[in-house]
Design a protein around this ligand. Structure first.
Ligand code: PGA
Length: 261
């Protein structure tokens, strides 16, 4: 299966830094083996797209998305961006339900569902983030948490026109591994991904088989190859290690090797 490698820049890299990144980002890859996705801050989206379009022979094609969106198409929602506006600005994907949205900004499962539906409505591919907190894992509640988070997404999907299971991506990101330097072992990741796939089958039926399931949480050049070789891991969502073009290129190259096996 084609591997998916996604960069979540969070609140880093303004337009100038984004342009500099793409001047230096030169992975050596077979673009049929890997999909490369970038989620820059909204204000850096145009500069990022422009930098990629303007740099001849920069290697693999890349796709862009936003890190968050509002579920309404437009309206009096100061400070928010809709899926339609993101699409108009050149995004083709949207991260939804990232753990920082859920746990720092208090986003609920229901809101995550509405955002997924909004993304699908506007023709964006939602990259839905799910994952358990440490206390939930310790209490043996991993499956329950994933089922609840993915269930809310599945419930929202039929309401969105043109919803289709193949049109979304899931990122499994254990909250305790994000930005902490603690990574799930490839075995832990494989176990959790098997649960995600199982829960997806219950939630969306046969279409579940084609949904790429990425792993995220302290992925870097040292552990990317092992994680992407774990059963059921279709790619990675990378935060900190995606900010440096050389380190992110190494992860993309690791994905190509994993895809070849
Ligand atoms: P990290 O972030 O790679 O810095 O742990 C991952 C994420 O939040 O998506």
């Amino acid at each position: 299966m084609t591997k998916v490698v996604a960069a979540n820049w969070k609140m880093h890299h303004g337009p100038k830094a984004a342009r500099q990144f793409f001047q230096r980002f030169r992975p050596e890859v077979d673009s049929r083996a890997v999909r490369i996705l970038f989620f820059p801050p909204d204000l850096s989206l145009a500069a990022s797209i422009g930098a990629v379009e303007g740099s001849a022979g920069s290697g693999a094609p890349v796709e862009f998305g936003v890190q968050n969106l509002h579920w309404e198409a437009s309206g009096a929602f100061t400070g928010e961006t809709s899926a339609e506006i993101a699409r108009d600005a050149g995004a083709t994907l949207a991260l939804v339900g990232h753990s920082e949205r859920r746990h720092v900004f208090g986003e609920t499962d229901e809101e995550t569902g509405r955002k997924v539906a909004a993304a699908v409505r506007a023709g964006l591919v939602p990259v839905v983030c799910v994952g358990e907190r440490l206390e939930e894992r310790r209490a043996g509640r991993l499956r329950e948490v994933l089922a609840r988070q993915l269930g809310a997404v599945a419930e929202a999907l039929p309401a969105a026109s043109g919803a289709d299971a193949a049109g979304f991506i899931v990122a499994y990101e254990p909250v305790w591994a994000i930005g902490t330097g603690e990574t799930a072992t490839p075995g832990d990741a494989a176990d959790a991904h098997a649960i995600v796939r199982d829960v997806l089958r219950d939630a969306v039926g046969d279409g579940a088989e084609t949904v790429p399931v990425l792993y995220g949480g302290s992925v870097g050049p040292r552990n990317a190859a092992a994680l992407m070789s774990a059963p059921g891991v279709d790619g990675v969502l990378v935060g900190g290690a995606s900010l440096d073009p050389a380190s992110f290129a190494e992860i993309v190259e690791a994905a190509c090797q994993a895809a070849a096996h």
